[in-house]
Design a protein around this ligand. Sequence first.
Ligand code: ATP
Ligand code: LTN
Length: 343
Amino acid sequence: MSVSSSKQRKRVFSGVQPSGSLTIGNYVGALQQWTREQHHYESFFCVVDLHAITVPYDPAELRAKTREVAALYLACGIDPAISTVFVQSHVPAHSELTWLLNCVTPLGWLNRMTQFKDKAARQQADSVATGLLDYPVLMAADILLYQTDVVPVGGDQRQHLELTRDIAQRFNNLFGETFTVPEAMIPPSGARIKGLDDPLAKMSKSLTESEYHAVYLLDPPDRASKKIMRAVTDSGRDIRFSDDPEKAGVNNLLEIYEAFTGETREAIEAHFAQARGYGDLKKQVAEVVNAALQPIQQRYRELTSDGHFIDELLAQGAQRASLVAKATFARARENMGFLMPPD
Ligand code: ATP
Ligand code: LTN
């Protein structure tokens, strides 16, 4: 595959933080879309390690999860022959462009971000890192460096995408046409899978201690089933898609079923009209989830059995990504009035 700094096709860019083990929420919101869209766009899939250090973390865990997340991209179907897979910190232009964008981003725009407010509220006020507030500017740099057209993400990232567009437009107005203004691509259903233990909260890979919150992509089938069988529902029997917060648990299970089977909502409701209560629904959700996870886990084991394969792949990915990122960064720097550095 050839990658050049000028665009032959429309581009996709997206990333996941190595801040924990990937969940079925990450799969539905991100990876499922990526594996489909890589055939239509020139694609860059990044393990965003610089984002994962914006909250307290353990260095050994970061190292292990960075490799694990990269291997899971491939295990879920990202094809390195057609897509570029790399680690954010391997391409220094991500950090460098962030500084330039910081200087065109009004502080008020960052103070409004709900993810910042949520994550900051979980920590002691005097230990919240400046990087947590600045997180969306780093994300904008990720996306804009690749002249990205489309960003496939879950519904929780909509606000960050709007901010990226605002930053790109402001930069282009101030300094001349420099960045493509990207669009978000959010799946119509499953945009926000909820916690199994708390169906009003987003399923997250790092924000809970509860064993029954999330199904992880590497969970063995009995563990995944146990979590799904214990999912919080309500005291009724009606198995239908619904916006009623009382029915959020059943709705979440149905959305998971929908995302993993690709069936229509009408077909799913008709299918479960005969079910004997929520136990039956849960059993069938567990079956479709495990059927999808098994081949992913098998490929993951194969990919990680050779200790160097993933590192080599990431080294190649960083080279390809750097070609594009360097060209955009040079243009941004020049348009902002910096002297080109001596060779
Ligand atoms: P963390 O809990 O560490 O903040 P996270 O689980 O929310 O992380 P991210 O790395 O922030 O995961 O997100 C990676 C991608 O997965 C993003 O596109 C995000 O929108 C998507 N995603 C994360 N959780 C969900 C979810 N529950 N439902 C749908 N998409 C999700
Ligand atoms: N903030 C994103 C992760 C992320 C990302 C990106 C997603 C960082 N940089 C660039 C798409 C494009 C999240 O999902 N929490």
